[in-house]
Design a protein around this ligand. Structure first.
Ligand SMILES: [Mn+2]
Length: 448
């Protein structure tokens, strides 16, 4: 596809102007993705449309497929956030008239004439930026006084694990809203008492400290950090000296770790009038959505009364669900052969967390580098299976290609990339898929 030479801001202002014109005399229907980036994008858009006194309908979806797109109202302006770049062929075929897309996923098909799209993938000066940031920049263009929404843009970046790119986006986002930044060790969350946070820290894993309350006290003593009235400071309450002593103490226990991996930017955002760790806010939003309550996630982003309590209790439930699902997949009988593992969890693992579970397994030390782990879970329609594959250590075969080959005859669209991919297959093809996947993995293994 030919790249456009324009800058991102020029693209945004052209599309924004068109958008204002179209919604001035037509109804609007917004469709957004259910992950943190999609939820924050939708929340930014909702606030902006309210500012503009524009009514609209909203739908949050796990993914786009042909039947969903065909159900969209043809007489309305449709705005897709954080998705649709891979569905342009369906949009064209189904004859949607007025379509706007703000997204950062790969653009696979030609762009139909009636589709207006903001996507850095189309530009020569391509940058890694979340849909939430794109939506924020777009909304800043169509309305005034949007600065308070910058924090949501930042949370979306973190949700899409683009935190390392945050410093590179030069659109003033970090200066706009109530955002604080501090350099320090990337242990999490930074707003809770250090002893607890260190004890449960798995990333980074600190030998002798993670899971060891006495080791934690010793480390803090070495760093010269003492409790006050029996309470330890949180990471962000530390003085510069305490912070650097803490980094040294952690590194001494973990000689393999490099300074640059342990230290990074910690972002704090003000939500419900309190500064919170942006990583934790992102995790709370993600939890609500994956438990099937994206509306709570949005209410939480909009700082509506009652939403904080609800969202936090879903977050606790989600963490428990992750633990019980992990216990299930580690203990259940699996198909294990050289180079691959297949776990058919059926309805014992929720389809929305099967990707997370597979990633945790792939990042654990349970399997050798290059092993392909595939987990299957029945989704809530009870008619489909969500399949998720990862390659351990991010080396070896391209899992997206493996899955594509395996579903060739069964049918199903594979999304993702070389080390992490997924797809949906019909439930009645369960056994056929397992056989086909085994065959593919064995052939691939011989080739390697
Ligand atoms: Mn995204």
């Amino acid at each position: 596809m030919k790249k456009r030479g324009k800058s991102l801001s020029t693209e945004i202002s052209i599309v924004a102007e068109k958008f204002l014109e179209r919604i001035s005399n037509k109804d609007l229907f917004v469709v957004s993705h259910f992950d943190t980036d999609g939820i924050t994008s939708a929340s930014i858009m909702i606030k902006t449309l309210k500012h503009l006194d524009k009514t609209f309908s909203l739908k949050i979806v796990k993914s786009l497929d042909e039947s969903f797109i065909s159900s969209l109202p043809k007489d309305k302006v449709i705005l897709f956030l954080d998705l649709a770049s891979g569905s342009l062929h369906h949009i064209e075929k189904l004859g949607l008239k007025d379509v706007f897309i703000i997204d950062h996923h790969e653009v696979v098909y030609n762009i139909p004439e009636n589709v207006h799209i903001v996507n850095p993938e189309l530009l020569e000066d391509k940058q890694k930026i979340s849909s939430s940031c794109l939506t924020y920049l777009f909304c800043r263009e169509i309305s005034d006084n949007m600065e308070d929404l910058a924090k949501l843009a930042l949370i979306g970046m973190i949700g899409d694990t683009l935190e390392k790119e945050i410093g590179k986006i030069n659109h003033g986002i970090l200066n706009d809203g109530k955002i604080k930044k501090r350099r320090g060790p990337l242990i999490y969350p930074s707003t809770r008492p250090l002893n607890k946070v260190l004890e449960f820290s798995s990333n980074p894993y600190i030998p002798g400290v993670t899971g060891n309350a006495e080791g934690v006290i010793e480390l803090l003593r070495d760093a010269g950090i003492k409790p006050l009235n029996n309470r330890y400071k949180s990471l962000i309450e530390l003085t510069e000296d305490e912070m650097s002593n803490l980094v040294t103490a952690i590194m001494l226990r973990n000689p393999l770790s490099k300074n640059k991996e342990i230290i990074g930017d910690i972002f704090l955002v003000s939500l419900f009038n309190k500064f919170e760790d942006a990583r934790e806010i992102s995790a709370i939003i993600n939890a609500c959505s994956r438990l099937g309550e994206p509306e709570t996630a949005i209410q939480f982003c909009l700082e509506l009364q009652g939403a904080k309590k609800k969202a936090e209790s879903l977050y606790i439930k989600y963490k428990q669900l992750l633990l019980s699902s992990l216990k299930f997949v580690t203990e259940t009988e699996k198909i294990e052969e050289e180079g691959f593992v297949i776990i058919n969890a059926r309805d014992n693992v929720k389809d929305t967390i099967v990707g997370t579970i597979t990633s945790i397994l792939a990042n654990s030390s349970l399997y050798e580098d290059g092993t392909i782990i595939t987990t299957m879970a029945i989704d809530d329609t009870k008619e489909r299976i969500k399949v998720s594959s990862r390659s351990v250590g991010k080396v070896g075969r391209n899992v997206r290609e493996v899955l594509s080959t395996a579903v060739e005859e069964i049918g199903g669209e594979v999304g993702g990339h070389e080390f992490a991919a997924g797809c949906l297959i019909p439930l009645e093809k369960e056994q056929e898929f397992i056989e086909s996947l085994k065959k593919t993995l064995k052939i691939e293994f011989v080739k390697v």
